[in-house]
Write a protein that binds this ligand. Sequence first.
Ligand SMILES: [Zn+2]
Length: 440
Amino acid sequence: MLKVFDNPNCEATSMNDTTSLLFGLDGYGVLDVTDVGPGAVRVVIETIETEAACPECGVLSGRVKDRPLRRVKDLPASGQQVQLWCRKRRLVCRERACPRTTFTQATDELPVRARVTSRLRGKLAVCIAGSNRAVADVAAEYGVSWTTAHGALIAHAARWLPAPEPTRVLGIDETRARSVRWIKEHDTGWKRSDPWMTSFVNADPHVPGRLLGLVPGRSGACVKGWLALQDQQFRDGIQIAVIDPSAPYASGLRAALPQAKIAVDHWHLVKLGNDALTGVRQRVARETHGRRGRKVDPAWAHRRLLLTAGDRLSAKQRERLAQVLADDDPHGQIAAAYQVKERLRELLASPPDPWLLRARLWAFYHACADADLPETTRLAGTISTWWPHILIAIQHGVTNARTEGFNRIIKQVKRAGCGYRNMTNYERRILTHIALTRAA
Ligand SMILES: [Zn+2]
């Protein structure tokens, strides 16, 4: 590691200040720059400060014992690869009683025993997290090992990820952490691996949305565990928690936040309404044609039209919809399920007026009773179970839309890394990427 160049310049003289200014490494002056081949230069630097305080006793010393040369990694300069050598001063402690006889001068850019400059470590971390690039890719570009690049990300992540700020409305949602796989185990045979992740988002409509945290799993225990890690002030500040209709989340929340109201997001309920209608359409196709729906079946060909919001259809589309139901719905089952879906949409989009809500809820149940189909009856049961929580979402105007937005970014991070085996790394990549790119 120790190496002294045969070039006498770097021993005796320093280059002028403009070179040091151009090189721009805080606290260091450039002693020498040599061309070492195409697109590469060798740069020798030394600290400008000639004195330093002993780390043991704090007494200032400028007595040099020796000045060994150390190779360190740094950023490229002006488009050229830099072979950086640092002449480190080893100083003698002047305090006789001090047990430490010598010490090496350290700076913020090159702390004790550092082999990589702080500015290169910062650049590595920003490249990985900010641009969502693979660690190996960034490490290769800057000529460092995977471990160094990943270590830089871990060190910076601690700085970029402050404790979650208190919020009035907490949004909770699940996202698949990786695809389903079957894993062969020694004694028990095949085991299904279906890992999920729960994300916690600041869903207060009056402040910018933030991803507050991530935990592996999608159970009530994950919610309780994450909330237990936060401080009492954070837990006390939550007035409403928005979830999709998930019983484990609701039970976790009831245990961890007894004072908070649980609201159920309308987006998932609209999806349940659409799913019920699709279920009916598929069953009718099987019963009528004895097979799955095809391009030639009007209901299959217009399946998107069936799911489009009724109040957004043009006169021509409404006409076509009526024709589809007349041609391909012999017992009026699809039409009945369509009415249920539309009544549900009206109910969920209702202003928080108690009379209007009661009227629309009645219209929805009435449509379900009229339809009398297994799919719509099940939907009515779900709405009835979650109604108190749906009402809270309507009354307070809260949704989980932001959580869904963050799920999209989470999926992008997952794709860039082609999946992650280590959940801690995965969480860190998502949180740092969002911290760097979605700063409020
Ligand atoms: Zn000392």
